[in-house]
Design a protein around this ligand. Structure first.
Ligand code: ZN
Length: 234
């Protein structure tokens, strides 16, 4: 029976490795997902601002273009004034020039306002662009690292599972059966007893039971968590 306790100690070790490996296996994809989510949110924000920026850019260009065309027209009209013979026509052209100047000025004001927003957006876009590239490459790198790590963990898992089966195989059928039943509910399914205390659920086992465990004649279960108990044999 002493050997069975030694087996249990081994099984617990393997079980703990298995649990750690499984935990990491579950956590790894979440890391990638977090970066993906951040990147997606950033992308949406970036695209929205970029579209606004493009729109402003086009507007400013068009307004500037229109103003430079109008300036040409005004120049032509002003030159024409010299050759006009009738007062009526002269007045009419003067009026046109005044109106042209007003709309030119209005457009210039608008260009200034739009340019200010354009500039502000450009400043917001800059860091977004940087972060976007940074996340993109970190995602790529992390995905590569994670898939390598996943591979290593999966083979470690397989190895530990094989070891576990081997150790379980050397236990009598009834202990193995108990082990499996506990394992369905809680893991690890084995607990060490130190100074009469179950090291998994931390209750003190009844003194009589502790005496029995110390005899190492039989494998007992914790009355609280039902894990198979052993005492360290070193
Ligand atoms: Zn317990």
């Amino acid at each position: 029976m002493k050997d069975h306790m030694a087996e249990l100690a081994q099984i617990l070790k393997i079980d703990q490795t298995l649990l750690t490996v499984k935990e990491e296996l579950e956590e790894l994809p979440a890391k990638v997902r977090a970066v993906q989510t951040e990147l997606k949110e950033l992308e949406t924000d970036y695209q929205k601002k970029k579209a606004e920026w493009d729109k402003l850019d086009t507007q400013v260009r068009q307004l500037k273009q229109q103003n430079s065309e109008d300036a040409e027209k005004l120049k032509v009209k002003e030159e024409r004034l010299n050759s006009i013979k009738t007062t009526k026509e002269y007045q009419a052209v003067l009026k046109e020039i005044a109106a042209g100047k007003t709309s030119h000025k209005e457009r210039e004001t608008l260009v200034q306002q739009l340019s200010a927003s354009w500039e502000k957006l450009a400043q917001e876009l800059n860091p977004l662009e940087g972060r976007r590239q940074e996340l993109g490459s970190s995602l790529e790198k992390e995905q590569g690292e994670i898939s390598e790590r996943l591979e290593a963990l999966r083979s470690r898992l397989k190895e530990a599972e094989a070891q576990l089966q081997e150790h379980l195989g050397s236990l009598p059928e009834d202990i193995r059966h108990k082990f499996r039943r506990v394992q369905e509910k809680r893991q690890p399914a084995i607990a060490r007893v130190v100074d009469g205390t179950c090291q998994e659920c931390f209750i003190n086992v009844p003194p009589q039971l502790f005496i029995e465990i110390q005899k190492k004649q039989e494998i007992h279960s914790c009355p609280n968590c039902h894990r198979l108990l052993f005492i360290q044999l070193d």
